[in-house]
Write a protein that binds this ligand. Structure first.
Ligand SMILES: NC(=O)c1ccc[n+]([C@@H]2O[C@H](COP(=O)([O-])OP(=O)(O)OC[C@H]3O[C@@H](n4cnc5c(N)ncnc54)[C@H](OP(=O)(O)O)[C@@H]3O)[C@@H](O)[C@H]2O)c1
Length: 331
């Protein structure tokens, strides 16, 4: 049983706690929140014994083995750094870090503490249909390209329309649609096709200073991958990966891989996917537990390499659209 600590008390933290507890391999022991009341609320609901409102005390006195960090994006870096320095394993929500400088600092710190693990919570990568898609791509006669879509209207965009800047649409908190939803399709592209030769992002920029939606083109030898993502509109377009004679269709989108369908040369279809779990975070909770308890650093390093590549691609895309974060200062 791994002892779990959490940072952040929004719905996603509860979804992760529920996934972790459902595996029966984690026990929630320690809750950090800026407010005592919120920390106590989560602790009571999930029977955690330790409540903290000071991050320093949380890391110094918390009895947890691994911390799940689900704070605004720009805070991930300092919190993950503090966790590693305190000898804790880390699961940090996507996008793990704001830029390659932060990523390099964390990987250098990890190299000095080789017994510790740091995972990016890219939940869809650990779902069976992600691997099923990867394997199916390898059997396509010749990849001709792909269109990968993940665009969902965010209720927090109502605040932007009202002239406000919620965290997720703020450059101070490393927000925007590329960071929030684009990261899923960048993970798809990097995991399925490798690191692209070149990238370009055509962004719809908001008055808050980040992107509301956009289209990115990733170029590979012999084909392009088009990424369509956003938080100020909703797309019902499935995603497609094109072979010469066959096509894979991912539905409802390239991040929630409920259905993976292969269209054969004769137009007939074969369903490849497995039914998805009710809680999409269960598979990552299982995978992280397995790597930590079997000391599978090889698999963890491979996941970290993908995180680094995704971090680089996100940064280049952002640069191509002229989007700057407070966290980039000094880069
Ligand atoms: N994997 C997924 O499916 C998924 C889904 C949604 C979000 N996420 C990721 O989860 C992370 C959190 O996203 P979110 O939308 O929940 O963010 P959020 O609502 O802006 O903040 C999350 C938590 O961080 C704390 N917080 C908020 N503002 C803060 C501030 N100014 N300073 C310090 N702490 C602050 C709050 O906890 P306290 O008030 O308790 O301190 C809050 O509950 C992001 O990295 C996001 O990308 C992942």
């Amino acid at each position: 049983m791994l002892k779990l600590g959490i940072i952040g008390t929004n719905w996603i933290t509860e979804q992760f706690i529920q996934a972790a507890l459902s595996t029966k391999k984690y026990q929630l022991t320690s809750v950090y929140s800026r407010t005592e009341e919120k920390a106590q609320q989560v602790a009571t609901k999930y029977e955690a014994g330790e409540v903290f409102t000071s991050l320093a005390d949380f890391f110094a006195q918390g009895s947890f083995d691994v911390v799940y960090i689900a704070s605004p994006n720009s805070l991930h870096f300092e919190q993950a750094k503090a966790a590693l320095e305190a000898g804790k394993n880390v699961i940090v929500e996507k996008p793990a870090f704001s830029n390659p400088t932060e990523m390099a600092t964390i990987t250098a710190l990890l190299a000095k503490k080789p017994q510790l693990f740091l995972f990016e919570g890219a939940r869809h990568v650990y779902e069976p249909n992600f691997q099923i898609t990867k394997q199916a791509i390898q059997t396509l006669d010749q990849v001709q390209g792909a269109t990968l879509v993940y665009m969902k209207y965010s209720s927090r965009y109502d605040q932007v329309l009202a002239g406000k800047t919620p965290n997720i649409f703020s450059p101070k908190f490393s927000g925007g649609s590329l960071q929030d939803l684009g990261v899923y399709v960048v993970y798809d592209a990097v995991s399925w096709f490798g690191v692209p030769d070149d990238v370009h992002y055509f962004a719809n920029l908001l008055p808050t200073g980040v992107d509301g939606r956009g289209t990115a083109i990733l170029t590979y030898p012999g084909f392009n991958v088009t990424l369509i993502f956003g938080k100020n509109a909703t797309s019902y377009l499935p995603s497609e990966i094109y072979g010469l004679h066959e096509t894979l269709v991912l539905a409802p989108n390239a991040a929630d891989l409920a259905q993976v369908t292969r269209y054969q040369p004769d137009g007939k279809t074969v369903e490849l996917g497995e039914p998805a779990d009710e809680n999409p975070m269960t598979h990552e909770a299982e995978a992280f537990y397995s790597m930590m308890t079997t000391q599978d650093h090889q698999m963890a390093n491979s996941a970290l390499k993908t995180s680094q590549a995704v971090n680089q691609v996100l940064f280049k895309l952002r640069q191509s659209a002229g989007i700057e974060f407070a966290a980039d200062q000094g880069n």
